[in-house]
Design a protein around this ligand. Structure first.
Ligand SMILES: NC(=O)C1=CN([C@@H]2O[C@H](COP(=O)(O)OP(=O)(O)OC[C@H]3O[C@@H](n4cnc5c(N)ncnc54)[C@H](OP(=O)(O)O)[C@@H]3O)[C@@H](O)[C@H]2O)C=CC1
Ligand SMILES: O=C(O)CCC(=O)C(=O)O
Ligand SMILES: [Mg+2]
Length: 410
């Protein structure tokens, strides 16, 4: 791995230090991202800079610091350097960061860099709020009834990528162990099975569910729904459900409603659970009944895109990856390679992720400007292709022109 540093620390900026006030001139590291990262990341920075300038009249300013991961890193550092050590160090050291999407090949090739970042930085909460913006085209009759906040466990589960390819030495060894030492007789085609492992722990569940319940309390939400497939995967997804209920009882004073398992917290918040497949149909048919959602990693991945579609698609679905110290913001969508470099896609998802970042920093005035200017641009039907193709009378604008339309409305 190249040891030469390629990160240029911007002059005049200051590090954010946990436990201390956010400086007026913070350094924020960013990863541009692969594919459409090249389109959306500059637009996000421009919109954020404009909102901060407008909100604070020059008193506050973000000092962006480019750090590298993914395809751009292989160009800067060398062909096999996907996640340089100094990138990891900067993400830890500078505490608050934002990233574009990164490619993960299907089947073979490198493992997900996105997942590696979440695991190595122990960003155990993936927080993805899903709300409706007036005027956005949606397949639902009442998209405004969808207002949920997903807490997705971000470090465990089958998504962690502990797996062995069919017919590999690793798969043969694991299958041999299961058959010979654990008495497993249910592997239908052992000679050609790929094998994946799904670790789900009590600690991992509890720290995620604790965050979800605390969020519900702090934000006056009505319920927390535990989404799992515990009827089939009893000790992983079923464990998640049982540990979540136990935590709600033991740490938050939940009492059983009509003999349980649903609980009510002292402030009135209901803790309930739904099996994942039923949940996916209920969010379409009865979205108003769901509020904060706590779920495992893979379910959370599926639910994120499904819920995003209900309110207009992943073009405006934001997210954050959080540990107890570090916060890394990123869009819900991927690299959409067929649109890369065309200045075409919706930058809304990354811009709204930056809006979450500003709110996390306490820069609420700038965050509010981002929300209001996006509402106005969409209200004026100045939208990117994804919305324009579903809206009557819309003007289709480019990715950068959408950013400019927002700035013009601040
Ligand atoms: N966190 C991350 O970095 C993530 C990375 N990925 C990676 O991204 C790559 C591509 O994944 P893929 O499954 O195609 O999913 P993508 O999310 O990249 O794209 C799927 C489709 O979603 C729509 N879409 C995505 N982004 C936007 C946007 N900004 N504006 C408007 N529409 C958008 C497009 O729909 P349409 O075709 O209808 O126009 C696009 O074809 C993979 O390598 C995957 O691993 C995936 C998810 C997250
Ligand atoms: O890491 C990837 O390539 C996909 C990640 C993803 O889909 C997600 O986090 O929502
Ligand atoms: Mg996903």
């Amino acid at each position: 791995m190249s040891t030469q540093s390629h990160i240029k620390v911007p002059a005049g900026g200051q590090k954010i230090v946990p436990g201390q006030a956010i400086p007026d001139q913070p350094i924020i590291p960013f990863i541009e991202g692969d594919g459409i990262g090249i389109d959306i990341t500059p637009v996000m920075k421009k919109v954020v800079d404009a909102a901060v300038a407008k909100a604070y009249g020059g008193k506050k300013q973000i000092h962006w610091m480019e750090i590298y991961a993914g395809e751009k890193s292989t160009k800067v550092y060398g062909s096999d350097v996907w996640l340089p050590e100094e990138t990891m160090a900067a993400l830890k050291d500078y505490v608050v960061s934002i990233k574009g999407p990164m490619t993960t090949p299907v089947g073979g090739g490198i493992r997900s860099l996105n997942v590696a970042l979440r695991q190595e930085l122990d960003l155990y909460t993936c927080l993805r709020p899903v709300r409706y913006f007036t005027g956005v085209p949606s397949p639902l009759k009442r998209p405004d009834l969808t207002d949920m906040v997903i807490f997705r466990e971000n470090t465990e589960d089958i998504y962690a990528g502990i797996e062995w390819a069919s017919e590999s030495e690793g798969a043969k060894k694991v299958i041999g162990f299961l058959q010979n030492e654990m008495g497993v007789k249910k592997i239908r085609f052992p000679a050609t099975s790929g094998i994946g492992i799904k670790p789900v722990s009590k600690e991992g569940t509890e720290r995620l569910v604790r965050k979800a319940i605390q969020y519900a309390i702090d934000n006056g939400r009505k319920s927390v729904t535990i989404v799992h497939k515990g009827n089939i995967m009893k000790f992983t997804e079923g464990g998640f459900r049982d540990w979540a209920y136990a935590l709600a009882k033991n740490e938050f004073g939940g009492v059983e409603i009509d003999g349980g398992p649903w609980l009510k917290l002292p402030g009135g918040i209901v803790i309930k659970d739904v099996i994942a497949d039923a949940f996916l149909q209920q969010i379409l048919l009865r979205p108003a009944e769901y509020d904060v959602v706590a779920t495992l990693n893979l379910n959370g991945d599926y639910i994120s895109d499904a819920l995003a579609a209900q309110v207009g698609g992943i073009g405006i679905a934001p997210g954050a990856n959080l540990s107890d110290d570090v916060a890394m913001f990123e869009a819900t969508h991927g690299t959409a390679p067929k649109y890369a470099g065309q200045d075409k896609v919706n930058p809304g998802s990354l811009i709204l992720s930056a809006e979450m970042m500003l709110r996390h920093m306490g820069w609420t005035e700038a965050a509010d400007l981002i929300i209001s200017s996006m509402e106005k641009a969409i209200g004026d039907k100045q939208v990117t292709y994804d919305f324009a193709r579903l809206m009557d009378g819309a003007t289709e604008v480019s990715c950068s022109a959408f950013g400019d339309a927002m700035i013009a409305r601040m």
